[in-house]
Design a protein around this ligand. Structure first.
Ligand SMILES: Nc1ncnc2c1ncn2[C@@H]1O[C@H](COP(=O)(O)OP(=O)(O)OP(=O)(O)O)[C@@H](O)[C@H]1O
Ligand SMILES: [Mg+2]
Length: 319
C-alpha cells in the first residue's frame, strides 16, 4: 500500500502487514514527522476506488469558477466565520457563490441552519460525477451550499494516500465551475484528505490569523504546506493572510499586526476583521452577520474584504 506523510506529503510504499487495522504510528524517513497511517478501507471486489471518470478542469478566465480556500492548520482562527461572511458578501455583490463545507465538524452547514444533510461522502458514493444533486440553494440570494455531515470522516480513511486522491475535488468541481463565479471552501484545522484536495483545487488561499502570541507559527506552517502543494499538485495557487478578531485597543494585537505586515508585506489583505460581539450573536441566530445587523463593523469589513478580492481577481484576469 501507499502512505503519505501528513507533513511533507511525500508518498511511501509500505507492506500492509506493518499497519494495524486500527492504524499504526510511522515516522517519515524524509522529514522525520511521526503520524498515524491507516489501511485504506477495503473496496468491494471489482469496484474502482474512485467511482467516476475524472476529467481535466476547465480553464477559467478569471470571471467564473474562481476557487478560494479558507485554510489555517491552527484551530479557532475564524475560518468558518470567514467562509460564511465572505461568501454572503460576494453574493450581495451580485456574484454567484457556492460554499463548500469540507470539514467533518459541519460548522458551516450548521451556521446556515442545516442539519441531517448529505455531504461530499454521499457525492463520492453516487454513480454520477454531477454535484448538482447535492447542492442546496440557500434562502440567501446567489448563495448555494454543498453541506457536510459526520460521514465525511470516512473519506479520509478511504481515500487519503490512494493514487491521485489529491485531484478528487478539483475534478468534480470542473463539472460545475461555470455555474458559479466564486466557490469558497471551509477546511478543517488539520492536514489530510480535505486540506490537500482543497488546496489542489484553489486559485487563492485565505489564511485567517489572529494577532496573538504564536499565531505566526500557524501561518508559517500553512504557507510551508501551500508551497509543497504548489510544487506537487497545483502550480497556480496563490495565498493571502487575513487578520481576524483584531482588537485595536490591545497593544499586543497592534504589535503582532505590525509584525505580520512587515513579515508578509504584499501577502496580507489591507482589510482587517475586527473583534465584534455581533459575530457571536449572529452565529447563535444561525445567520451571516450582515443580515443580523447591516451596520455591524465586522459585516461591513467582510463586505470590504469581498471588494478587495473581486478587485484582485479582476486585475489578474485583465493582465
Ligand atoms: N471577528 C470576530 N469577533 C468575535 N468573535 C469571532 C470573530 N470571528 C470569529 N469569532 C468567533 O471565534 C470562534 C471561532 O471561529 P470559527 O469557528 O470561525 O473558527 P475556525 O477557524 O473555523 O475553527 P475550527 O478550526 O475549529 O474549524 C467562534 O466562536 C466565532 O464566533
Ligand atoms: Mg471551522
Amino acid at each position: 500500500m501507499i502512505i503519505m506523510c501528513e507533513n511533507c506529503i511525500k508518498k511511501f510504499k509500505i507492506d500492509d502487514k506493518f499497519i494495524k487495522e486500527s492504524g499504526s504510528k510511522v515516522r517519515c524517513s524524509d522529514c522525520g514527522h511521526v503520524f498515524t497511517a491507516y489501511r485504506p478501507a477495503p473496496v468491494p471486489h471489482g469496484e474502482p476506488p474512485i467511482k467516476y471518470n475524472p476529467q481535466p478542469p476547465i480553464s477559467t478566465d478569471g470571471t467564473a469558477g474562481n476557487v478560494i480556500s479558507i485554510s489555517n492548520q491552527k484551530g479557532g482562527v475564524a475560518k468558518t466565520t470567514t467562509c460564511l461572511n465572505l461568501g454572503i458578501s460576494l453574493a450581495l455583490l451580485n456574484k454567484r457563490v457556492l460554499l463548500i463545507d469540507f470539514d467533518v465538524q459541519s460548522n458551516l452547514t450548521i451556521s446556515l441552519g442545516y442539519r441531517e444533510t448529505t455531504s461530499f461522502y454521499e457525492v463520492m458514493n453516487s454513480d454520477s460525477a454531477n454535484l448538482d444533486n447535492f447542492i442546496i440553494k440557500t434562502k440567501y440570494h446567489n448563495l448555494s451550499l454543498l453541506p457536510s455531515n459526520k460521514n465525511m470522516v470516512l473519506l479520509n480513511k478511504k481515500y487519503f494516500g490512494i493514487q491521485n486522491f489529491e485531484f478528487i475535488l478539483r475534478d468534480r468541481l470542473a463539472f460545475i465551475k461555470d455555474q458559479f463565479d466564486y466557490i469558497v471552501i471551509d477546511t478543517p484545522p488539520s492536514i489530510g484528505f480535505f486540506s490537500i484536495n482543497t488546496l489542489t483545487s484553489a486559485d487563492l488561499v485565505i489564511i485567517p490569523c489572529e494577532c496573538e502570541y504564536l499565531s505566526t507559527h500557524g501561518v508559517d506552517y500553512t504557507l510551508k504546506f501551500i508551497n509543497l502543494v504548489k510544487e506537487k499538485t497545483n502550480p497556480r495557487i496563490d495565498s493571502k493572510i487575513l487578520i481576524t478578531r483584531y482588537d485595536e485597543n490591545n497593544t499586543v494585537a497592534k504589535l503582532i499586526a505590525t509584525k505580520l505586515k512587515r513579515m508578509y508585506n504584499e501577502q496580507t489583505f489591507g482589510t482587517f476583521i475586527e473583534l465584534d460581539d455581533k459575530i457571536k450573536e449572529s452565529s447563535i441566530m444561525r445567520m451571516p452577520v450582515i443580515y443580523y445587523d447591516k451596520q455591524s463593523r465586522s459585516g461591513l469589513k467582510y463586505m470590504r474584504l469581498a471588494k478587495e478580492i473581486l478587485e484582485k481577481f479582476e486585475r489578474e484576469a485583465s493582465s
